[in-house]
Design a protein around this ligand. Structure first.
Ligand code: 13P
Length: 255
């Protein structure tokens, strides 16, 4: 399976800054068959960046999307409108769940909408600090995973990526601390097992990504966890040198 390195830029960069940054990334990146590099700029930058993009080196993702195709949803952007502009869509990021009250039902609908518009969903799941403390990690993740995928057909399951992001390990969350690779490993094994028990053989084809304060110094430790197929990077993806260093690490781990 390929490795996926995804940079979630969140609400950062003006369109001009995003364009300059993309140019810099494309100059430094080589075409790599075994690593898929993806960046998720904000909505306003997606269209201009899609025209500037060398798809052999890098792909675009949306950070969110509205599951309705069109209609009276002021301020929203649908997957139908994103079709042809992005190849991937981040769905159910913890900031969307917490700050914008997206529910598992919304997320399920977004996964379906992305798929019907030829956009591969990167479904984010993760437990909060409280859930973690109370030992609820596995049951929360199971609900988010099975809840998010419940309307996906067997053939579409192969198009999905899952990102495990413990909310307490995300750099912008207060009281953050790093997730130990051993702990991530246990969760990743649990997710792979749950997918296998629920969906059978196709589970082996679903990339499992880790995210939460990933930086150049810890990327190798997360990428060498068995069954981790990539990283979802926030803060460190905003600095070209750091993001490229993480991509280089992924390449070394693959080689
Ligand atoms: P950080 O890498 O800044 O912790 O963000 C992780 C994240 O939320 C990526 O989606």
């Amino acid at each position: 399976m390929k490795s996926y390195i995804v940079g979630n830029w969140k609400m950062n960069f003006t369109v001009g800054e995003a364009s300059v940054y993309l140019h810099k990334l494309m100059q430094k990146l080589r075409t790599m068959r075994e690593i898929e590099v993806i960046v998720a700029p904000s909505f306003v930058a997606l269209q201009p960046l899609s025209l500037q993009l060398d798809r052999k080196k890098l792909r675009l993702a949306a950070q969110a999307g509205n599951p309705h195709d069109f209609g009276a949803y002021t301020g929203e952007v649908s997957y139908t409108q994103l079709r042809g502009i992005v190849d991937y869509g981040i769905v159910g990021h913890s900031e969307r769940r917490q700050l914008f009250h997206e529910t598992d039902k919304d997320i399920r609908a977004a996964v379906a909408a992305a798929l019907r518009n030829q956009i591969a969903p990167i479904l984010c799941i993760g437990e909060t600090e409280t859930e973690h403390t109370f030992g609820e990690t596995k049951s929360v993740l199971r609900d988010q995973l099975i809840g998010g995928l419940s309307e996906v057909s067997t053939e579409d399951l192969e198009k999905i990526l899952i990102a495990y992001e413990p909310v307490w390990a995300i750099s912008t969350t207060t009281g953050t601390h790093l997730a130990a690779p051993d702990e991530v490993s246990e969760v990743i094994q649990y997710l792979r097992r749950t997918l296998r028990e629920t969906y059978g053989e196709v589970a082996a084809k679903i990339p499992l990504l880790y995210g939460g304060s990933v930086n150049p110094s810890n990327a190798g430790a997360y990428l060498t966890i068995p069954d981790v197929n990539g990283l979802l990077v926030g803060g460190a993806s905003l600095v070209a040198e750091k993001f490229i260093s993480i991509i280089d690490t992924a390449k070394k781990v693959k080689d």
